[in-house]
Write a protein that binds this ligand. Structure first.
Ligand code: F0G
Length: 460
């Protein structure tokens, strides 16, 4: 085997039983779920790779923190501890907790943009795009072209295309570009990292045109680990030093803490120094989320979050974490299975178009692979392709996605090497019978975000 598994830097003292249904039962369950994996019950899933968000295992220190959580409505000690930890790591003056990432977007974006304006990002995550659009503004993705080629191995495939960014600003007018958002890692491009150099260059362009730069920080720690591994000059810096430098180039951040901060619920807004903006944020937090010292979370969540901030930037942990991705990717390389490479930080994005060349985009190859993975081994994944993209809002015609990925998102500190081997074995078994796999058609769909709820039927 080409890649060695990095052993877990922890041992297990609490377990949760999971069971694998028989193949017959799995085929029945997925048919009852109308071939939509979101309709499955969690208990009918053996290995759940739907998302790495909020599905992480907390440590004994975090659980001890849960018991210590201060539930005071105002001024809880857990709040002050969280603010202090986040100030220490990110170097920002103002920190506002909220209940998850999209809440941070809701509170902040409504203050920054509106009709006739644009947000430009290396890639907007779905909810980020939704909150840009809810404000009345429009979202433009501006990732480097290398991201579109899954077999091309370059170190920072998540980067902003800085030349195009400047062109877009000139084209639309700097006053029309309300915000530039740097998503680290770039989830939609396959958990691909962004380099310090790229963040610095993006920041210089923003300064030149007087545009604010916001970091979407969901997977900032995994991004920092890739920088340490891949960017010249950073090999001897600590993860904390790299994080601090990265954030020094931006004006603010939104964060879903359900990822790299290793909790089940939580989010943050960070503002570097703009006191006026922070005051406005506080007002919106109170109306949307709750009083500023709890921001939609329980005191115990604030406590677990402040501990998770440090556990998430522990280099030993990150070596194991990224090591799991690299191990799975290595097994796929050995079997000739294509994925977005080099592998990203939070999952393996398998190239379903390469696996099923006989299935056109409008018959949803990545959804077909997701269904096959459930039938093969009780593994739940998600389509990141044309099925998720949906229809053109003006013409109602199915859009063609740039990629047809099936995402195996790996929860943190949850699955072992044996589970990862089951994932690889299942993909290899499917590849062997790939030419017999058929596509799907949609029999019912809601008007927006259809992939969560739609019903499908296998084609004959
Ligand atoms: N930004 C990024 C880059 C994300 O990946 C997500 C969530 C959010 C913002 C929103 O955060 O869920 O806490 O409200 N991504 C999850 C996923 C859901 O499966 O990739 P949230």
């Amino acid at each position: 085997m080409s890649v060695k598994y990095v052993p877990e830097p922890f041992r297990i003292k609490m377990v949760e039983t999971i069971k694998m249904l028989s193949r017959e039962e799995r085929e029945q369950k997925i048919a009852e779920a109308k071939y939509n994996l979101f309709n499955l019950k969690g208990e009918d899933v053996y290995i759940d790779l739907l998302t790495d968000s909020g599905t992480n295992a907390m440590s004994q220190e975090q659980w001890a923190g849960v018991m210590r959580g201060d539930e005071a409505y105002a001024g809880a000690s857990s709040y002050f501890k969280l603010v202090e930890s986040a100030q220490d790591i990110f170097g920002y003056k103002y920190i506002q907790p909220v209940h998850q990432g999209r809440a941070a977007e809701k509170v902040l974006f409504g203050l920054l943009m509106g009709k006739g304006q644009y947000s430009i990002s290396n890639m907007h995550f779905d909810t980020t795009r939704a909150h840009v659009e809810l404000s009345g503004a429009r979202a433009i993705d501006c990732v480097v072209p290398e991201a579109a080629n899954p077999s091309l191995r370059v170190p920072f495939k998540g980067n902003m295309d800085v030349k195009r960014l400047e062109q877009l600003i000139k084209e639309h007018g700097a006053d029309k570009v309300a915000l530039v958002i740097m998503t680290i890692t770039n989830n939609s491009a396959g958990g691909q990292p962004v380099s310090v150099q790229n963040i610095r260059e993006t920041s210089e362009i923003c300064k030149k045109y007087n545009i604010k730069l916001c970091i979407d920080a969901a997977r900032y720690a995994e991004n920092a680990y890739f920088i340490k591994q891949r960017e010249p000059g950073y090999e001897n810096k600590s993860i904390k030093e790299i994080v601090k430098e990265v954030f020094s180039y931006a004006d603010m951040f939104t964060m879903s803490a359900k990822k790299d901060t290793i909790v089940n619920m939580g989010g943050l807004i960070g503002i570097k120094e703009d006191e006026k903006l922070y005051q406005l944020c506080k007002g919106r937090t109170i109306s949307f989320e709750g009083f500023i010292t709890y921001g939609g979370l329980a005191g115990r969540d604030l406590e677990a979050l402040s501990i998770g901030l440090y556990e998430g930037i522990d280099e030993n942990y990150l070596k194991y974490r990224i090591g799991q991705m690299e191990y799975l990717a290595g097994r796929l390389d050995d079997a000739g299975i294509a994925y977005q490479s080099p592998v990203g930080g939070h999952g393996v994005f398998v190239d379903a178009k390469a696996m099923f060349p006989q299935i056109p985009y409008y018959e949803f190859p990545a959804q077909a692979l997701a269904v096959e993975l459930y039938k093969e081994a009780g593994i739940r994944t998600t389509d990141i392709g044309s099925y998720m993209l949906g229809n053109d809002p003006d013409t109602g015609k199915q859009l063609k996605a740039e990629f047809e990925f099936t995402r195996l998102a790996i929860p943190r500190r949850v699955y072992t090497q044996a589970h990862i081997d089951i994932m690889a074995d299942a993909l290899i078994a499917i590849k062997e019978r790939a030419s017999a796999v058929k596509g799907y058609k949609i029999t019912w769909e809601p008007p927006i975000l259809r992939h969560f709820q739609a019903s499908l039927e296998p084609l004959k």
